[in-house]
Design a protein around this ligand. Structure first.
Ligand code: HDE
Length: 752
């Protein structure tokens, strides 16, 4: 079998056609494998656990992997079988009456295989269909039992296994990763007290205030129903029609039109619980809380032109990035911070903490770090884990409770409900990726796909025949915080919900000049795709309430005048506590510096001088970054020094949008070959336009000229992201490259 796997063609293919023995099954599937030397499966526990990182949970004791073992399958050294465990003699041919005769109905092997295949797909998530996930753990770095009795926060150093899924919202399951969109950031904690799902986004606010509007919002942003377009995009009439009629969405629109909506990587974005939740301690005391995830690599984004081009060059850009980083041992990490405040604090705020279109500025309530999240293991199987994972806003544990946010209330209902149709019944909690580590005992029974085999005749409570078990846990169990409620039943909103613009203005005013320009550019792009002029007009009228500068900039881009501002719902606007919040700018979160896991393209062609390139490649390796030789084609390259190198990518299959920096090589012949190739100019020009670091060695400076790269900024200063060095200047070149790349992007290059 081992031999067969290494052959470039199927052994004994002839036998499939019955040429030699007529009716005999093909030998590839006849008996036990020839080789007894079957190496450990790549899926085995040992291999998977080694990526857990240091400390607890130790190998063999990681509860997140342990329970999954019973369902892991490993086909090495095994014969192919049917689903009934019957060994299959021939997996190539259906059963026929004679070699040229009709297929037979009795072929249960063919029918089972085809039937199963026919049902391989399950409905995709109605929103957040496109996603990628990883296993890891949450480590408590500061115990806060005084705030909450929630299991993950009780002891410093304690680790709770997690499964985290990132996603876009609007696109379908196969859509591109780099669409302009909100990103989901859903964390399932497999805690000792049951599963807690913190189902958040990478943006701390939301479009709407009440769950009643969610189906409308989603219908508006999804492809338009008559023709099914556009895919994974909000730049169309129905979305802007809806949001321009919903002024409460204005704050969220600022975020979605900002660089936050085109992250460089899932590993480089913040996460937020969005709603106000409650923490409850063992004494039953409660405080409000907002959850914040902060990436250690910093928050970084793409630029729009780059995001669009990546969509074509690598639609799986974020999925690949997450997968490769974890495979390489570059485990992404986030710090979990809490904003904690009391009911009295909340009453005094100028905004309502139950309104999901508002955030609590960090200047008002600081974010206190309490733990870190580490993702250190890729899923074994995309469908079994990433697709079947069922997050649910209703999954809370003792110590975590809800606020009265009306958007949250709708979510508490929606997630369980949607899983029932998506995952085919009420037993989705038994699917291994969803099953808690904590034991499950109750009297719920039966239903589609039930896995548990309940023993005995007692499935009710109270009972005496079962000794009263399973028994109620009383105060040890989940006890809802007894918030007093004395009100009339109404459909309506509190007055503070009617203020729609102050925090939109706060967000806009807290951005850098470049970020503001990007916001205006995004509005211009999206609204230019809107075909109904009245919708553009209405949106401009809304923006006029946010910022005159922004409204004018967008109007200019659309060839329109700024209309009169949209009438506000609230006549008397409260005084905001905070009018500028630096934390809202991406630049406030540069990360820990360094260039770990960044990617450099080193252009090569025959005749290239390889000496300095080797130093660059080695420096990247030392810094935890990766470099790739990108040629006119893949394959061996003859260098000027005679030392052969291999181009493992080509400019055609890997344009510069897939890299963080570009190195142009020395060597006359190589530079001439590059100059003659039509891919070279767009490759370099895009890297420059997208603000990337460019190192040019020796003769390659002519390529910069060809690509129209300007070595000075609009201010006349030299561009800090471009360096031209001699072929012998290795030490300087390498240290310059590392420092320039650590800036992430040279945005000062952008022309207004
Ligand atoms: Fe969701 N949302 N949502 N949502 N949501 C779903 O659940 C819903 C909202 C979020 O990786 C669905 O399993 C309603 C806010 C994430 O599997 C569904 C409302 C936030 C994910 C659903 C909201 C989110 C979902 C679709 C308004 C940020 C992906 C499939 C009342 C705090 C989870 C599914 C994953 C998924 C309903 C609004 C985050 C239909 C009704 C606000 C990250 O149940």
């Amino acid at each position: 079998q081992a031999l067969a796997a290494s052959m470039p063609y199927p052994v004994n293919k002839r036998l499939e056609h019955g040429l030699e023995h007529g009716h005999h099954p093909s030998p590839g599937a006849t008996a036990e494998p020839a080789s007894a030397e079957v190496t450990a499966s790549t899926l085995s526990e040992g291999r998977a656990s080694r990526k857990l990182g240091e400390g607890l949970p130790s190998i063999g004791h990681n509860p997140a992997v342990g329970p999954l073992d019973r369902v892991r399958t490993d086909a090495s050294a095994q014969a192919l079988t049917t689903n009934q465990g019957v060994r299959v003699g021939d997996n190539q041919n259906s059963l026929k009456a004679g070699l040229r005769g009709p297929a037979l109905l009795e072929d249960f092997i063919l029918r089972e295989k085809i039937t199963h295949f026919d049902h391989e797909r399950i409905p995709e998530r109605i929103v957040h269909a496109r996603g990628s996930a990883a296993h890891g753990y949450f480590e408590c770095t500061r115990a806060v039992p005084e705030l909450t009795r929630a299991a993950p926060f009780q002891t410093e150093g304690q680790r709770t296994p997690v499964f985290v899924r990132f996603s876009t919202v609007a696109g379908e399951r196969g859509s591109v990763d780099t669409a302009r969109d909100v990103r989901g950031f859903a964390v399932k904690f497999y805690s000792d007290d049951g599963n807690w799902d913190l189902v958040g986004n990478n943006i701390p606010v939301f479009f709407i205030q009440d769950a009643m509007k969610f189906p409308d919002l989603v219908h508006a942003v999804k492809p338009e129903p008559h023709h099914g377009m556009p895919q994974a995009a909000s730049a169309h009439d129905t979305f802007w029609d809806f949001v321009s009629l919903m002024p409460e969405s204005t704050h969220m629109l600022m975020w979605v039109m900002s660089d936050r909506a085109i992250p460089r990587s899932y590993r480089m974005m913040q996460g937020f619980g969005v709603h106000t939740f409650r923490l409850v301690n063992a004494e039953g005391e409660s405080r409000f809380v907002k959850f914040h995830w902060r990436p250690l690599l910093g928050t970084h984004s793409l630029v729009w032109d780059e995001a669009v081009k990546i969509s074509g060059a690598d639609p799986d850009f974020h999925r690949r990035d997450l997968w490769e980083a974890i495979e390489a041992g570059e485990y992404p990490q986030w710090e979990l911070g809490l904003q904690v405040f009391t009911e009295e604090d909340a009453d005094g705020f100028s905004f309502d903490i139950l309104d999901a279109t508002k955030l609590v500025p960090e200047e008002l309530v600081p974010v206190v770090p309490v733990g870190r999240l580490v993702l250190n293991r890729n899923p074994d199987n995309f469908f079994a884990e990433t697709e079947q994972v069922a997050f649910c806003a209703a999954h809370v544990i003792p110590g975590i409770d809800f606020s009265n946010d009306p958007l949250l209330a709708g979510r508490i209902h929606s997630y369980v409900d949607t899983q029932i149709s998506r995952l085919g019944g009420p037993n989705f909690h038994e699917i291994p990726i969803n099953a808690p580590i904590a034991q499950v005992h109750n009297n719920q029974r039966d239903g589609m796909h039930r896995q548990a085999i309940h023993r005995g005749r007692v499935a009710y409570e109270p009972n005496s025949l079962g000794g009263g078990c399973p028994f109620q846990a009383g105060a040890q169990g989940f006890v809802s915080f007894p918030q007093p409620v004395y009100e009339d039943k109404v459909r309506g909103k509190p007055q503070k919900f009617a203020e729609h613009y102050l925090q939109a203005t706060l967000f806009y005013n807290s951005q850098t000049e470049v970020e503001r320009r990007h916001i205006a550019g995004a509005f211009r792009f999206e609204l230019s795709k809107v075909t109904v002029p009245a919708i553009r007009q209405r949106m401009l009228a809304s923006l006029a309430n946010v910022s005159a500068e922004l409204a004018e900039e967008v109007a200019r881009g659309l060839g329109m005048d700024v209309p009169a501002a949209m009438p506000r719902a609230l006549d008397e606007v409260p005084d905001p506590e905070v009018t500028e919040s630096p934390a809202l700018s991406l630049t406030a979160h540069p990360g820990e510096g360094g260039i770990r896991s960044r990617k450099v393209a080193i252009l090569v062609a025959n005749g290239v001088e390889s000496g300095l390139l080797g130093s660059v490649a080695q420096t990247m390796l030392d810094q935890g970054a990766t470099s790739r030789y990108v040629g006119l084609r893949v394959g061996p390259i003859a260098t000027a020094n005679g030392e052969p190198i291999d181009a493992d990518a080509s400019m055609e299959n890997s344009p510069s949008v897939l890299f963080d920096a570009v190195v142009l090589p020395g060597g006359e012949a190589a530079v001439q070959a590059l100059a003659a190739d039509p891919h070279t100019v767009p490759f370099i020009r895009d890297a420059w336009l997208h603000g990337k670091t460019i190192l040019s060695i020796g003769a390659s400076s002519t390529l910069l000229g060809m690509a129209g790269v300007m070595a000075t900024l609009p201010t006349g200063e030299p561009d800090p992201g471009i360096a031209q060095v001699g072929p012998d200047d290795a030490a300087h070149a390498c240290s310059w490259l590392v420092n320039a790349m650590a800036q992430h992007r040279h945005v000062e290059r952008e022309r207004a």
